[in-house]
Design a protein around this ligand. Sequence first.
Ligand code: APR
Length: 320
Amino acid sequence: MARKKIALIGSGQIGGTLAHLAGLKELGDIVLFDIAEGIPQGKALDIAESSPVDGFDAKLSGANGYEAIAGADVIIVTAGVPRKPGMSRDDLLSINLGVMEQVGAGIKQYAPNAFVICITNPLDAMVWALQKFSGLPANKVVGMAGVLDSARFRYFLAEALNVSVKDVHAMTLGGHGDDMVPLVRHSTVGGIPLPDLVKMGLLSQEKLDAIVERTRKGGGEIVALLKTGSAFYAPAASAIAMAESYLKDQKRILPVAAQLSGQYGLDGTYVGVPVVIGENGVERIFEIEFDEAEKAMFAKSVASVSGLIEACKQIKPSLA
Ligand code: APR
C-alpha cells in the first residue's frame, strides 16, 4: 500500500515540529510548504537526515508552489503570523484571513479530498473561513484547539496531584480564546470527576480554580516566556493526534473546532466540541448537556467566536 501523504502549509515553528513528529510516527510522506524560500526545503532535508538515526522511513520534501500538495491525504495549516507579546489572537485576524484565502484556493485546486486541520489563529474564525475558501465539505475541515487546551488542563492537574498524565482526562470546549470552557464536571483523574476529588480533599477548590484560570491563559503564558513567538511543541503534538485518528480510523473522541449544524443550538459556526475523528473526518459530534453555569460560559465563548466571524465577513464580503 502506498504511503499516505501529509502536506504542511506553513513551515515555521509548528510546521517544522509537525514534520518531525509525522516522520517519527511514520504517518506517511511529508511535504513542507511555505512562501519563505529555502525554509521548507531546509527543514525537510534536516529532518530527512535525522531519519537514519531514529530509523523512520518517510520521504520529506519542501516546496514554494501549491502543486507540491497535490493529492495530500492530510493537510495541516499553520501559515500566517503568530502572536507576539501584547498581541491578542484577535489582532491577527486581518492578516491571517488573507493567508487563509490563498491557502483555501491552493487546497481547492490541488487536494480537495484531504482532511484539513487548521491551527492558524484566531483559530475558530480562521478554520471557518478556510472551509469557505476551500469549499471542502465541513466534515473534512477542522480546527485544532481543544486537544491543546485540554492537554494543558490535563498537565496542570497531573502536576498538582503528582499523578501520571495518562490517568488524567479533561475536556475544554468552546472557542480558542481566554473565555474557553474547561469542563470541570466532565474531567476526571483515575476516573474520579474533579468535583469529587475536591470533596475527597485531594485537591482544593482554590487550586482547581487556579488551574482552570491557568488553562484559559495557557497560550499567553508561553508567549510571555518565549517573547519571540507562540507555543509550538504542544500545538504540533495535538494536531498530529488528530491526523493520526483520521489516517488510522482510530475514531478517537477529541475536542476540535468543528462546524455545527444544529448541535448546541448553533448552525454554520465553528466552535470546539467533542467529536469522533475517523476515516470520514468528523464522523459524529457529541452534544454534552451543560448545567446553567457551563451553558453561560459556552454562550460567552460562542459570542466571542461569532464576533470574529462577523469581523471576517466585514473584511471579506465574499464570505458573508
Ligand atoms: N502562505 C504560506 N505560508 C505562509 C504565508 C502564506 N501566505 N504567510 C506566512 N506563512 C508562513 C511563514 O513564512 C512562516 O514560516 O507561515 C509560517 C508561520 O510560522 P511561524 O511564524 O513560526 O508561526 P508558528 O509558531 O508556526 O504558528 C503558526 O499557528 O498557533 C498558531 O498563532 C499561531 O497563527 C500562528 C500559527
